[in-house]
Design a protein around this ligand. Sequence first.
Ligand code: URP
Ligand code: ZN
Ligand code: ZN
Ligand code: ZN
Length: 486
Amino acid sequence: ARFDTVIHGGTLVTAAETFKGDLGIRDGRIAAIAERIEGGERRIDAGGRLVMPGGIEAHCHIAQESSSGVMSADDYYTGSVSAAFGGNSCFVPFAAQHRGQSIDAVLATYDGRAAPHSVLDYSYHLIVSDPTQTVLHEELPRAFARGITSFKVFMTYDLMNVGDAGLLDILTVAKAHGALTMVHAENNDMVKWMNARLSGAGATEPKYHAVSRPELAEEEAIHRAVCLARLVDAPLFVVHVSTRGGAEIVSREKARGTRLFAETCPQYLAFTRADLDRPGMEGAKYICSPPLRDEATQEALWAHVAGNVFDSVSSDHAPYRFDAGGKFLNGADAPYPKIANGMPGIAARLPYLFSEGVAAGRITLQQFAALSSGNAARIFGLTSKGSLMPGFDADIAIWDPEARRTVRLEDQHDAMDYTPFEGMELTGVPVTVLNRGASVVHEGRLEAVRGQGRFVARAPSGQGPARGYRAPEFEAAARYGVEIAP
Ligand code: URP
Ligand code: ZN
Ligand code: ZN
Ligand code: ZN
């Protein structure tokens, strides 16, 4: 057999096992896995290092305006390059609808932002902030038909949140088409009530950001979102779970068979609200929503990562520079509610998870493969990705599991002027990334051509075994001769 590329002398990590072997690539796909493969126009010497499925970053904000109109620092070039240096071969940023915008126009805008620039394969999750009848019944089905099979909604932020009825409408449409609804779950009124009290007390420094968004705001909203999803028996993905209580709801609901998926993020494992209380405005670097919590929460979240309660660990890369074009769009000493929300970390996600997860003995290599890639591929309908199996895309990351590196801004290769992970000493470095067999990063050097990534049309999302559940009230209505079931 002819191979374009052969990766030899590596230790292969699949979902089920870890073994020494070679991997042959033909026409962008994995063509063979065997103890020894000869030939290949290009031979890559893995040198005993780990050959793993390339990471899939399923939560990141790239070339996206926040609700307050700030553009993220990373575009599809710097964002994808940074992702690749972090061991990813594919990413799924958001395409955000702001109120009044048509979904068709939003997607055309993001196609223009992504296609000419991305060095990695990509798709979008659509953010829906304005679920009009046209959006629900014409535009979302059109987006779904072109392979955008996940719709994200916010339960917080005045300019984005769709309300419970809007969430029910979107869940219903998503379910009808085989799409997955993703949710940012925080109780908006609880946060606003806290904001008003803090502002009345003159408490405006960055550290109050974490005070203003209580753990209970997340727990309540996760529980509410799950109830709304259960009412219409639609699958749900809860993004960036940051609390023990939230993780426990997810765990309980999964155990009872709810089609529920969830992620947490490195920042909730690595930092605490104490990081918001750094001198001057330094704490603004750690402002993200939901906010950082405490050490006990870190331990609980790690336990749920290790216990497979979380399906993925995603970066929620939301890059706003430490300047007037980013964090401080409202001035250098703005009160915390007027500082841009978000932390960067698309390049640090997997090195952090490898070091503190695998190297520290909290998770296995198989769990790492699942949390970094395999589960996102399965959940979000990236059916040709996320696995080292013949027939799958040759999306591969080669890791040196023993190399130690201190995190530095210049190694992130993003457009940011800080990394919250600066100075952290991590074990395990991704050295080479292939996307459909093409070199993106090789031995730490960028080899990609701008625009070489392709849009991936995704299969239906969130399609675990359906429960066929019908809320008893829909049954009652049917008995009365009224059909209101979704
Ligand atoms: O603070 C964050 N995470 N900013 C990005 C927007 C969001 O809420 O996901
Ligand atoms: Zn452009
Ligand atoms: Zn969010
Ligand atoms: Zn986010």
